[in-house]
Design a binder for this molecule. Structure first.
Ligand code: CUA
Length: 340
């Protein structure tokens, strides 16, 4: 009897020590969604996780303590060569270790189902964002605004419904933001849903959690949870950008930004590695060979398509040949025309 009391006390001590040891390790990143919740919010993912930690700690103690105790207290004494006592069975014990775990497993099934239903609880006013998962990038479409972005912006405190797709000729991916706790597969030819209510402003990352090829490890995008005001401002700016891209000069401006052209060509008259673009259109340009040309559309087009065909006086033929399409070059020329 003394052994049972000692082992019982040791199990309780060991269970607490294991639980507090595990929870002090900081195994989880910050919780940033209503679904993640907290250990005191019944039905949330962190609450469920905490229950599992309690069960794991207790089960670990329940197994490890009796083994360790027996190894020390009941080890073979010096010179003792007798066999151990033969035990045929113990019906009461067997019923106990069948019925008790059965109740625990059924209880966890219930808690799990409850937690899942809380996690999937739908807000009918949730904002819909379309997610496209490609090898190996994410893109996010805000259909009401006509905006497509490589970064996911979410307003804090509002539920969003992500409708996620992978191209028909694509592969499986998995949308995983550890701070939101939830993970959902993205399947070619199917639309999977992911509901999240961000609760904490901050910058997180969506990572692909399904091995999807060479750059799987690198398939991540910023996830920014911002105030409603900042979200509206961001969406507005993207909307203006999307609108601008519909005109040739707007598309040209985006190309310039994307290719870093202004690293060499200033827009304010200063000479850089290359000539400035301010007031360039229709101006007279002196070339290295002493001749003069008018910077008309034909000249600009040629200078982008074949940078070294005409070199401007005072500059090195340093511009690389970019693989622009004729349409892109026309857009660039249209943009340069607007620079006064
Ligand atoms: Cu996409 Cu891994």
């Amino acid at each position: 009897m003394r052994h049972f009391i000692v082992v019982g006390v040791l199990i309780i001590v060991m269970a607490f020590a294991t639980y507090f040891g595990l929870t002090s390790l900081g195994l989880m990143p910050v919780a940033a969604s209503a679904q993640a919740g907290s250990i005191s919010q019944a039905g949330s993912i962190d609450w469920m996780w905490n229950l599992q930690m309690i069960a794991m700690s207790f089960l670990f103690a329940l197994i490890a303590v009796p083994i360790g105790y027996s190894l020390i207290m009941f080890r073979r004494k010096k010179g003792d060569t007798t066999d151990a006592e033969h035990i045929e069975g113990n019906t009461a014990l067997e019923i106990t270790w069948t019925v008790v775990p059965l109740f625990i497993v059924v209880a966890f099934a219930y808690f799990g189902a409850y937690s899942l239903s809380e996690t999937l609880r739908a807000d009918p006013n949730a904002m819909v964002i379309k997610v496209m998962a490609r090898q190996w990038s994410w893109s996010f479409e805000y259909p009401q605004a006509g905006v497509i972005s490589n970064e996911l912006y979410l307003p804090v405190g509002k539920q969003v419904l992500l409708k996620m797709e992978s191209p028909l000729d694509g592969v499986l991916h998995s949308f995983f933001v550890p701070e939101f706790r939830m993970k959902q597969d993205v399947v070619p030819g199917r639309v999977t849903e992911y509901r999240v209510t961000p609760t904490l402003e901050g910058s997180y990352k969506v990572r692909c959690a399904e091995l999807c090829g060479t750059s799987h490890y690198n398939m991540e995008s910023p996830v920014n949870v911002v105030s409603q005001k900042n979200f509206d401002a961001w969406l507005n700016a993207r909307q203006v950008e999307a609108q601008a891209a519909k005109t040739p000069e707007g598309a040209g401006q985006l190309l310039v930004a994307a290719n870093g052209c202004t690293g060499c060509h200033s827009l304010d008259g200063k000479a850089g590695v290359g000539p400035t673009w301010q007031d360039l259109f229709n101006s007279q340009v002196k070339l290295a060979d002493g001749s003069t040309v008018t910077a008309d559309e034909a000249y600009l087009t040629e200078s982008i398509a074949a940078p070294n065909a005409k070199v401007v006086e005072g500059f090195q033929p340093a511009m690389p040949q970019y693989p622009f399409t004729p349409e892109e070059i026309a857009n660039l020329v249209a943009y340069i025309q607007t620079l006064k």
